[in-house]
Ligand binder design. Structure first.
Ligand SMILES: NC(=O)c1ccc[n+]([C@@H]2O[C@H](COP(=O)([O-])OP(=O)(O)OC[C@H]3O[C@@H](n4cnc5c(N)ncnc54)[C@H](O)[C@@H]3O)[C@@H](O)[C@H]2O)c1
Length: 270
């Protein structure tokens, strides 16, 4: 999708950080923008800023971890503009840094409610309606490079949620009809309000620079949308380690096709 003029874009978590920078960019490309998050004051402020820049922007208070709220967001979007062309499932939280052995079901649940169920709720609330529209559409899931590799300890809940986000995006891409593109965005450190820690986020890439890198990938309908070069090195490193394990302990052998899950899935689905 190269031309966003008059396209309707819904961005969750769109009042701050990456979501706001995406709203700015879609708005600059003459899209109509709806941002959604929990804090009305921040939404109002962000919409005012977008409107000052000439963007047709609206907001809706929405907790993405709540399916009814997310369905109400979809109803709002279709009522306001009659269509939704792009959904950006961006809202997310960092969770608390903690060792796995010190963590709890509750701390994992909190992160999963927003990062995993928040994106699923977006897909459930918007997906079928976008398919039914029959026009080119796009669902972009903002995941993280932490869905590609684990940078260090103390981030179990966040990493698990982002690996889940990646899996959900992969499945969605297989299941969506051609006219609804799916994109998985893997930011590394980007300046934002994530985790409420200024020190942590201010050392990241400026959000506008990040958007400049991912924008052509969005326009080209890429599935893997990348930005931070070192992520590639760690993906390559992890893949090399895995490949080595296979080469050593589970190399190919005659007749092994019957154990190929991808091939088997194809036989079953047809
Ligand atoms: N900034 C980074 O370094 C970085 C790196 C990798 C991935 N990400 C991902 O990017 C996305 C955007 O984060 P950001 O960095 O811009 O941080 P941010 O905190 O500035 O933005 C996240 C937004 O999501 C909103 N939000 C949180 N919980 C919500 C809920 N339940 N319902 C609705 N809105 C909710 C927040 O209010 C906020 O506006 C997140 O999914 C995050 O995991 C960020």
């Amino acid at each position: 999708m190269k031309n966003f003029k008059d396209k309707v874009v819904v961005i969750t978590g769109g009042a701050t950080g990456i979501g706001k920078a995406m709203a700015n960019r879609f708005g600059a490309e003459s899209a109509k923008v709806i941002i959604a998050a929990r804090r009305e004051a921040r939404l109002r402020e962000a919409v005012k800023d977008l409107r000052d820049k000439g963007v047709d922007a609206r907001y809706k208070v929405c907790d993405v971890s709540n399916l009814e709220d997310t369905k109400a967001l979809a109803d709002f979007a279709w009522a306001e503009f009659g269509q939704v062309d792009v959904l950006v499932n961006n809202a997310g939280i960092a969770g608390i840094p903690e060792m796995l052995l010190d963590s709890s079901r509750e701390s994992y649940q909190r992160v999963f409610d927003v990062n995993v169920f928040g994106q699923l709720n977006g897909i459930w609330a918007f997906g079928n309606r976008m398919i039914a529209q029959g026009t080119p559409a796009m669902i972009l899931n903002v995941i993280s490079e932490t869905g590609l590799f684990v940078a260090g300890p103390m981030m179990g809940g966040y990493a698990a949620s982002k690996y889940a986000g990646r899996a959900i995006s992969e499945v969605l891409r297989l299941e969506m009809p051609k006219h609804v593109q799916v994109g998985a965005i893997y930011p590394g450190g980007v300046q934002s309000e994530l985790g409420g820690s200024k020190e942590m986020t201010q050392i990241g890439m400026p959000a506008d620079e990040f958007i400049d890198i991912i924008w052509p990938q969005i326009e080209n309908g890429e599935f893997h949308i990348v930005s931070h070069p070192w992520a590639k090195d760690y993906v390559v490193e992890d893949t090399a380690e895995l490949t080595q394990a296979f080469d050593r302990y589970a190399p190919h052998f005659d007749g092994d096709r019957k154990y190929d899950s991808k091939w088997l899935a194809k036989q079953m689905v047809g």
